[in-house]
Design a binder for this molecule. Structure first.
Ligand code: CMP
Length: 138
């Protein structure tokens, strides 16, 4: 059972002014923020982060979107963090997301889907370390 996951509040949610409301939902669901920063990824950095999807047809669109404006990256702590956070954010495609989830409330499409959540403990660690040094993880 994991106790940490990694999230990004994506450029669409940042542009719409939803960062505060999303952080509020994250806190209300019992997650503790143990690292956080606002950054504007270059195309190269976004491409590196999503390298696992490099062969997918949507890779170019994904990298372009994720480097289109600032994001908020954070590491979150809670028992069963990876699974519980994926429940809180809802399905990747907001059309399939359950009522009350972050994506149902704030996402417009499968590409512009407001938030990212790690899909495994292993990836949570890799993704958190991509953005935060040891000194920045509390
Ligand atoms: P995320 O959880 O950040 O991880 C990979 C991202 O790829 C995913 O959220 C979606 O935003 C994006 N993605 C997945 N499928 C598609 C698609 N068919 N078209 C565009 N983007 C997609």
């Amino acid at each position: 059972m994991s106790n940490r996951t990694f999230t990004m509040i994506k450029p669409d949610a940042t542009r719409k002014g939803n960062t505060g409301a999303i952080l509020q939902m994250i806190n209300a669901a019992g997650f503790r923020i143990v690292a956080m920063k606002m950054v504007h990824l270059s195309e190269a950095k976004a491409g590196e982060f999503y390298a696992v999807h490099a062969q997918r047809p949507f890779y170019g669109e994904l990298v372009g979107f994720m480097s289109s404006g600032p994001i908020t990256a954070a590491i979150l702590e809670k028992d069963n963090a990876v699974e519980d956070f994926r429940k809180l954010i809802g399905s990747t495609n907001p059309a399939d997301a359950a009522e009350g989830t972050i994506r149902k409330l704030f996402a417009a499409s499968i590409g512009e889907n407001a938030v990212h959540g790690s899909d495994s403990d292993e990836n949570a660690k890799i993704e958190g370390d991509f953005f935060f040094s040891k000194l920045e993880q509390f």
